[in-house]
Design a protein around this ligand. Structure first.
Ligand SMILES: *[C@@H]1O[C@H](CO)[C@@H](O)[C@H](O)[C@H]1NC(C)=O
Ligand SMILES: *[C@@H]1O[C@H](CO)[C@@H](O)[C@H](O)[C@H]1NC(C)=O
Ligand SMILES: *[C@@H]1O[C@H](CO)[C@@H](O)[C@H](O)[C@H]1NC(C)=O
Length: 361
């Protein structure tokens, strides 16, 4: 799309001067490397040989792509919008077969992933595996482009993460006992500690700009509300898991602030998805939504069971009215609103920098 003209320019420069067109590749916008869970996975999981449910089934993808892509939404995800705002092409998947064009970035995310290896272990690529895939890619790139060019590519790139949701939601919704083996504070500390380690490792290889998000109030997606109905007969959000999200959200900025003081030249952005989500859940119509409690696609109470596209499910008439496409994953419309705030939102919602500023720095 947008890069065809610069490709031609690179070609001309190459032919005219026999120089390696480094200036062409390190264009005005840095690359985008994507890590995390189903909020960011644009289809890697399709290629995994595990029993994790694959989301390349209709009606996932119906709105924008007109076919399922493995994205957990009716259309685009946040990273799709970020790459568009940054004037990059759609970022290729790490696991996609065929020739890779890595220089605009790579998507390493895997639906179901957590920061802890125990979260959905054996089913997905956890954050550590995503990191080793990133290291692998870096080696390949170095052979192709040379060390100094890769260094430039990595240091001007932005690294975005969506991680943590599954570390809290999976144990609570599966009634696992893992949360009883730790205090809430200890558990959160492990999650944050593992995120911190991955950022440090990427920094060592040359990464400098990191974009993270706080977690949504995790008790409020349909899947949590439905569990609350079953467990207590209540009709609200499930406090038990929102409490964990709040602890996580308090610890994350502290950890990043400390990292920045240790790692020279490191900058970051934190998007406050908790505040943004709460604002929408409390006043849906202000943001153009009519339904924020029930999923558009799925089955059971609130259509919260993630059976969308399987044998028996219901699909809403008008997806534009909904915040959640299935029991946990936002619609394209919701993803767009969040991506826009991450990109050029004000410091009340994204700080210390928004992603636009991070790309330009
Ligand atoms: C969850 O586990 C507790 C004890 O481990 C048990 O009492 C409860 O019935 C379980 N709930 C569900 C929904 O499985
Ligand atoms: C990372 O998580 C593991 C559990 O998966 C834990 O044992 C370890 O202490 C954590 N690392 C940090 C630095 O917190
Ligand atoms: C679908 O919902 C959106 C948002 O509420 C509304 O603007 C649009 O007119 C609706 N479309 C139909 C066909 O009802």
């Amino acid at each position: 799309m947008g890069s065809s003209r610069s490709d031609i320019l690179c070609f001309l420069v190459l032919c005219a001067s026999f120089l390696v067109p480094a200036s062409c590749r390190s264009n005005s916008h840095g690359a985008l490397f994507i890590f995390g869970d189903s909020f960011y996975d644009a289809g890697n999981n399709i290629y995994l040989n595990t029993n994790i449910p694959k989301l390349n089934i209709f009606p996932y993808g119906e709105t924008y792509f007109k076919h399922p892509t493995g994205r957990a939404s009716d259309g685009r995800l946040i990273p799709d919008f970020i790459s568009e705002f940054a004037k990059l092409q759609l970022i290729p998947l790490y696991l996609q077969p065929g020739n890779h064009h890595f220089t605009d970035g790579v998507n390493f995310a895997s639906g179901g992933a957590g920061a802890l290896v125990e979260t959905n272990q054996g089913l997905i690529m956890d954050l550590k595996t995503q990191l080793s895939n990133f290291k692998n890619m870096e080696k390949q790139l170095r052979q192709k482009l040379g060390a100094s060019e890769v260094k430039t590519l990595l240091s001007t790139a932005v690294y975005i993460f969506s991680i943590g949701t599954n570390d809290y939601l999976v144990p609570v919704t599966s009634n696992s006992t893992v949360l009883q083996s730790y205090s809430k504070k200890e558990y959160v500390k492990m999650v944050i500690g593992n995120i911190t380690t991955v950022i440090q490792e990427i920094y060592k290889i040359g990464g400098r700009k990191f974009g993270l998000s706080k977690l949504l109030p995790l008790g409020c997606p349909p899947i949590s509300r439905a569990l609350e109905i079953v467990r207590t007969g209540g009709s609200g959000c499930m406090e038990e898991v929102t409490v964990l999200a709040k602890l996580h959200n308090r610890a994350l900025p502290k950890a990043l602030k400390e990292l920045k003081s240790q790692l020279k030249g490191c900058t970051y952005s934190i998007f406050d998805a908790y505040t943004a989500g709460t604002a929408i859940f409390n006043n849906p119509s202000k943001y153009g939504f009519e339904e924020v409690k029930m999923a558009c696609c799925g089955s059971g109470p609130l259509r919260a069971s993630i059976t969308c596209g399987q044998k028996v499910y219901q699909l809403c008439d008008n997806v534009s009215e909904y915040f959640f496409f299935d029991g946990i994953h936002p619609t394209e419309k919701a993803n767009y609103q969040f991506a826009k705030l991450m990109w050029d939102g004000s410091p009340e919602i994204v700080k210390p920098y928004n992603l636009k500023t991070l790309f330009e720095k």
